[in-house]
Design a protein around this ligand. Sequence first.
Ligand code: ATP
Length: 236
Amino acid sequence: MAGELIARVRALEKAFGDRVVLSGLDLDIGQGEFVALLGRSGSGKSTLLRILAGTDSTVDGEVIVRGTVSVAFQQPRLLPWRRVWRNVVLGLREHGRDREKAEQALAGVRLTGYGDAWPRTLSGGEAQRVSLARALVREPRLLLLDEPFGALDALTRLTMHRLVEDLWQRHRPGVLLVTHDVDEALLLADRVLVLGDGRVIAEHVLDRPRPRRPGDHLAARAGILTDLGVTDHALA
Ligand SMILES: Nc1ncnc2c1ncn2[C@@H]1O[C@H](COP(=O)(O)OP(=O)(O)OP(=O)(O)O)[C@@H](O)[C@H]1O
């Protein structure tokens, strides 16, 4: 990992009552780095994201995040009573030139002309792009993506992969992408981390040039599936 760290986590412990979810977790995210986080259901991925986002601070251990953090979730979470452009600027701390900023962000996610639309008139993919625009308008140094493509159809998901890669290359935030989709991680990430037993149990560095194709990083794919405890007969 090159450059300055924007997130540093050491010996993180998180429990809900008696249930220990994260234990002894270390994590670094470098400036402008794209990291994917995989783990079985219930392994604590969303919990870790909430901790990094600062919405859950009842933890032990060291958590340092430098700069603004934005989060985009699986559901776009748009306010139905606000027009699209107002949804985009909702989280801005400093106001001024809001409409202009919103339109710029919307253009970035290829939604020029959608500013006055109501959320209910958007397709699932469009709503998710508004959610991305809302995350990026704050110019985050760290962008947390919690399965942002999980609810989309396969074709829309492919378009979104390209869009996110393009936005990341233009804005260069550090990204932590939580996903269940190993191939999505292989397509987008510089590094894939596998979460298990409450900590990072494996790390795979991906260095193939972008845009990547399906089939790049097959060895890492097999390794990740093994880390996840999944047997992939197609690879046997
Ligand atoms: N507020 C809470 N109170 C009690 N337990 C919780 C709370 N939030 C999460 N948990 C528990 O912590 C564990 C980790 O949950 P988390 O949502 O982080 O997993 P995940 O890896 O994101 O799962 P999935 O892939 O299914 O979304 C789960 O066992 C869950 O039941």
